[in-house]
Every structure is written in C-alpha cells, then in structure tokens.
Design a protein around this ligand. Sequence first.
Ligand code: MN
Length: 197
Amino acid sequence: MSFTLPELPYPKDALEPYISSKTLEFHHGKHHNTYVVNLNNLIQDTDLAGESLENIITKTSGVPSKSGIFNNAAQVWNHSFYWNSMKSGGGGRPTGAIADEIKQHFGSYEQFAEQFKKAGLTQFGSGWAWLVLNKGRLEVMKTPNADTPLAHGLKPILTMDVWEHAYYLDYQNRRPDYIDAFINNLINWEFASSQLE
Ligand code: MN
C-alpha cells in the first residue's frame, strides 16, 4: 500500500487570476507529487509502511534519523490541506459559525487578517501560516519548512503556503501581494468551518 497524489478539489484554472493554472500545474503536479513519491520510497519495507499519514508524521517528528520521512510526509499532508483551504470566489469576511469564533478570539476579522498576514510575511524563508485550534482557542501561527501543527498536538483549521514555489511564477518576490490575494480572494471559509466541528 502506498500514498497517492490527491486530485485538486477544483480545476487547475479555478483560482485565476490570483493563482495561475501554471503555478498549480507545477505546485500540485510536480512539487506535491514529488513529496508523495519520495515518501513512498522512504517508507517502503520499513515499520512505517501501512501506517496512516498522520501517524507517520507524529511518529517521526523530532527524530533526527527520520527527518527525511517527516519532511516528505508533512509536506504531503500540508499541501492537501492547503488546496482545500482555497476556493474560487473565496476570501474576505467569513460567515456562519467561524465568523463568531474569529470575532471572539481575535476581536475582529480585521485583527485576524492582520495577524495571519504578519505570520506569512515574517516566516523567514520557506514555511506555512496557519489558523489552528489550541485547546479550544483559535490562534494564528507559522511553521518553518515542512513543520506542521499536527506534530505539536494542534488542530489545523486553515493554511497558507509561503514557500516561494507557491507564488513565484505569479508574483515573483512579492510575497505580500500573494498573501493579500489569499486573504481577500481565496480563503475557503466553508472548509475552515468544517474543520471546527
Ligand atoms: Mn508548496
């Protein structure tokens, strides 16, 4: 049994003009796929073969000799979660249950957006910005490289990839513009709400 690359939850051009089909072709078809292929090769014939992705992540987190497996497993998981964190016509103010939670924990949607943007901007080099549940509290955090809240006992609600490969074709070095587009035009709040339940 091995892992397979999940289909994107929308057509490749669905996120244009904010994220181009060319970016998704490389990011999903090449980068995400490479993590899947590497992970399958690394766990083949080991005691991790047959384990769930989540179990592989928690069992290899912080184990220096297993860092290659951790990095590829976490990147497989993070990318699948990232595709679901976006949708065509998304972004802006949330509605429904998560809107109330955002207001309760951040004070306002604007304060959430400011913190989320700052997390993405201040992640030096490659990494991820997250909205997570930490013991019932919504929090914004960032993780470097492949690291994931799952490895720290936190429940991911939403993520934004800030590796250069996520935005370079469309925005070159302008990470702030990509982050603005993600927050204002791409966030899938229905998916985020579903993660709260
Ligand atoms: Mn990526």
